[in-house]
Structure formats: C-alpha cells, structure tokens
Design a protein around this ligand. Sequence first.
Ligand code: MSP
Length: 679
Amino acid sequence: MSDQAYYITTPIYYVNDRPHIGHAYTTVATDVLARFARLRGRPARMLTGLDEHGLKVERAAQKKGLEPQAFVDSMAAPFQDAWTHLRCAPDDFIRTTEARHREKAQALWRRLEEAGDVYLGEYEGWYSVSSEQFFTEKELLPGNLDPISKKPVEKVREQSYFFRLSQYTDRLLAWYDAHPGFVQPQGRFNEVKSFVAGGLRDLSISRTSFRWGIPVPSANDHVMYVWLDALTNYMSALGGPTEPGSAPLFDQFWGENAEITHIVGKDILRFHAVYWPAFLMSAGLPLPTRIWAHGWLTVDGEKMSKSLGNFIPPEPLVDAFGADVLRYYLMRELAFGQDGDFSHDNLFARYQGELANGLGNLLRRMVASIVANNLGGTVPDVTSLPNTEEENVVIEAAQAAAKKTAERLTAVAPQKALDAIWEFVAVANRYVDRTAPWALAKEGNTERLAQVAYTVLESLRWLSIMVWPFMPDKSDMMRAQLGLPALSPAAGADLWPAEWGQLPAGTQTAPGDALFPRFDKKQQRDIRVKLGIDGDKRKDDRARENASADKSAATPSKSTAKKADGNAIESGAIEFEDFLKVDLRVGTIQSAEPVKKSNKLLRLLIDIGEPEPRQVLAGISKHYAPEQLAGTQVVVVANLKPRTMMGLTSHGMVLAGSDEQAFSVLRVEKPIKPGTRVS
Ligand code: MSP
C-alpha cells in the first residue's frame, strides 16, 4: 500500500451544453480510479468542475437571452446532478467563475509575468470558438474549418498578450525524455513529442474583443485566454498557486511527492501536455505526473451531436438500468485510450449476459438457493476440510484476478481490469456447474456441500471488493446479502482482497433482490420506448431478439438449418463492428461424453485458452461419436449467454452446418493456438 497522495482530475466541462455520456465516460473513469486509490488506503482526492468562461459560453448565453453569469449558474446543477446520479464522488467541484478560482488564475498570470514570459503584441489569425483555440492557416481544413471540431473559424485581429512558449521547446522535450510515462497512451505521447519538436510559437493568452473572462491583473481591458484560465482549475481548487505552508491541500496534492493524474479526452491533449507544463515551468511549480488521453465515444458509429439527433444524456439510462450498470458498461465497452461505440443493443447484451447471467446468477444461486435452502442461511465452517484440486483452481483464480485487476487499474486500464474480474466470475460459475451443489444436497453430502458453498461465498466476498470502484451500490448489495458491512475506505487501510478465507463462519447471509433483475422482452421493449429508441428500429430489434431467442446455445436451430438451403440468407448488411461483437475462438476439444438421459446432447470440455476448459453442450450426438471429437479443433462462439439444459450449463456454442445429406462440425484446418480469435 502506498501512502503517496493521489490527485486525479477530470477536464472541466464547458457549460454551453448539458452533460452527455461522453462527459460521463471521462467522469466515471476518473471516479473509478479515485475509488480504487481510496480502497487501497491512499490519501486520494478527485476533482471535477465547470469551464464557464470564453466566447463559446458567452454565445450560448446570448442564444438563451441570458446574462452569462445567470446562464452558467443555471447550468451548474445539471452537471452536479448528473455526477451524483452516476455515483461519482468528487471531493470538490470547481467553477471558474468562483472568486477562489479567479484569484488563483490571476496569481498564476503574475508568476508568468514575473518570469519575463509575458509580452504585449497583436494577434492576427484564425480562432475557433468551438475549440476555443487559435489555428494557423496551414492547420485549417478546406473551407476554413477547425480541424478538430470541423466548425468554421473566425478571423481575429486584436491586441493580445503573448506567452513565450517558443522558449520552452527544449525544456519540454527534455522533460518528456526524462519522464517516459508523462503522456499515455504511448502513441499519443509520440504525437505530442513530434508536435513540440517541430518548434513552438508564442501563444496568445489574452483577448480584448469580448469581456466574458477573468481580467488580466495588470490590464483590465484584457481577459485571460480561456484555456489559461481553465487549466489553473487543477490548482485553484487546492488553494494554489501559493507559497508552501499556506494551503495544506495544495502542499499535499500538488507537492513534489504527490502523484497527479489528469484524465483528458484525446482532443484536448495538447493543452495539457504542452501548454500546461510550459506554464508550470515558467511559474516555478511542480508538473503533473501523468496525463492520460482517452478515446472518444461514438453513438452507433457516429459522433454525438445535437444536429445528428444522437445526443445521449446519462440520466434516462441511469433511470432505466441504474447508475452502476451504466458505469460498468462505459468502462467495459471501450479500451481506455481508444475510441469506442455506445450502442443500446450492446448495453442490453452486456446487462443480460455479463451482469444478470454472470455475476447476478452466481450470487443468486448460492445465497438465495443453496445456502438458504440447505445451510440455514449461514456461512458454513470448513476450517477442518482440506481443499480439493477444484477449490484450489478457484482460489488461484481469485488471487490472479485480484492481482491483475489491481495492476490494471494502477496502469489506468479499467476495461482490462473488468476482463480480469469477469474471468474470475466465469471460473466461479463453472465451479458451481461442475461441483453441482444441488446434487450434493440431494445426496446428503453435507461436508462437500459446505465446502462448495464456502468457496463460492468467499469468491463473492472477493468480487464485492473488486467491483466496488466500478459498481459501489452493487458491491453494497452483494455484501448485504453475504451478511457483510458495506466497504468504507479510509486513508491508511488497504481493503483490497489479499487473504483467502476471511469470510467468518457463522455469518448470517441475507438473500435479497436480484442484483441484476433479468428483463423479459416486454420490459426490454418498455425501456426502449422510454429511451426513445423504439421508433423505426423497433421492428428490427424485435426480429433480432426473436432470432437470438431461437438460437440454441448448443444445437443448430431450425432457423440456421433453413439458412443453409440458400434462399433464406438474411437480407440487410451488418456493420463490421456488429460482426466483431461475436467472439469466435479456436478451441481444442479436450473431452466429449454423452449427456445422461439426452438423446441429442454431448458434453464437451473445450480449451479456448482460458485457465479452465469451457463446458459446452452440443446437440450433435446423433452425428458424432464422442471419440470422433476429442482432440480436434473447432470454432467456438465464446460470448454467448450461458444456457442450462438437462441440469448442465453450456458456456458457448460450436459452429456447425447441415444440409439434407450431412451434418458437419466446422474444424480448423491446421493446428492453431487454443483461444485464437477467428475473424
Ligand atoms: N473545457 C474544456 C476542458 C478544459 S480542462 C482544463 C473542454 N470541455 S468539453 O466539455 O468540451 O470536454 C470535456 C471533456 O469531455 C474532454 O475530455 C472531451 O474529450 C470529453 N468528451 C466530450 N465528448 C466526448 C465523447 N463523445 N466521448 C468521450 N469523451 C468526450 O474541452
């Protein structure tokens, strides 16, 4: 556990528009990382807030017929409320129109002036109000468009103060060399370095043609450039810049010993990785530790915008699914640092598959069913029972998941952290399938039953901790059902799971509501209607739902068989991204055996590169003898919802095709590593 102070920030949002899920993505990611640091017992602080000055905001106010201050005041609550609804828990919320910020932005200006880095000149060039940024003629897109927002730029000619950015080229390059992790991901760092290595021009840092900003201390007819004003928020919220000893928060979280992470979108990296460090160098202040540029969230493949009608506010999604589900989805869907797509279909699919059938099912079948019905609702005492190989697999998987999740969150890879957690959910669910506690109860094998129950309950305890940064409410619910108090992190106490077997025997469990209640088709449709995504898509969605409901997890269904006769190939092309949603893997069949009392099913154990082989049930016993399959390689649909048949759960599907004459399982032509993705 580290006692190094941890400071993490979101960008401050322009208030010209209401919050949408793109903003939510940044804020949730930052909140997840802050919560993780708190859980590890670190002194941690998270900041978010609003960027309320500048031409863009001034014009948005004019459009509404409001004075800028009245307008920004009206916008603060929607942002604050959105973050509260999303269970984001910043320690502070800064607005750049607050006096505490104005004073500090002016203090920073004075420091730049004292360093001899500010001079008066005249700016002539192009300004983009949408990005609040100057561009050179060369940088513009044809038609004088801002290369980032693709909106028109304006010709500006006015008196302006300049910052001697050109003097910082070498110092910045030297800093980058000495701090290889300063900007992440690495590819973006390379872009920043080559931009700086190309030589920097002095930066215009004041405007005289409008008034909505912080006055330049020595020249009240100038207002500070909105980015210089805005970047200072990271410090002003701590009471800096100021002399050591006069602002405790500033000393603690902006001292040389603090770890400072700015989470930003890729579009605003240059401001954070070039201008901000140069201002800080000039002012003689410490630099942040790391700037993490994440990718953009598109909606059904398109950039989110009001004009395209695909602007998605977070609240209705929170109302429909709950805050934790949206948090989970946003963190799971995008690889941090890369762009990714938001789609309601994926949200539903992840909800039903990973949450309801994965984690929710594990909790429900153990606490509400096995433990309640057979063990009097109490955590059994298994201290005298030696673990078998089956328990050891689960314990090792728990330890591996905790280690990987912590490493990945430390490395700002929330998506990969969730992968590690859900690998463990799968191991625990498979353990339940394999050990079949219902059968143990029937047989009266109480010792073994107790051991299985304890192993799963303890797994759930580990999971309740690992999911906390992502889903704090669901963690609380899980713990309440396990008979444990909610986690309450405090500096100095590392709560991350480390030791197996800490769930006390005798704890009274408390089965409660389903963690993720399954939605039936009607409920799904109602949600779609509420979210306004029913419209034209409704028919398509229904068709898709029906098709997927038809498809058996094990047997080629009638509808697939029909397709083979040629005419029934579904019309309508799908996007490549849609195809990628199907996770196809090469698998080696390790064993095959008939399922008792079934004349169709074979139980296959298939190695698809996971710690444990998967159990897949395939309706092929009429066509294949088990020994024809064992040892051969096939293609497995790996992300299909688990399905239970004849008391066994199938975790995937083997690809096969048939016509009137033959039935054929698709084999892999040359041996290839199990788990290799097929595309
Ligand atoms: N006010 C500036 C930031 C100043 S920080 C000193 C600003 N504001 S913004 O509201 O336009 O954007 C704030 C953040 O939201 C940026 O990091 C931006 O990348 C992020 N996002 C806005 N739309 C987004 C998506 N569609 N997807 C992901 N993040 C996006 O820039």
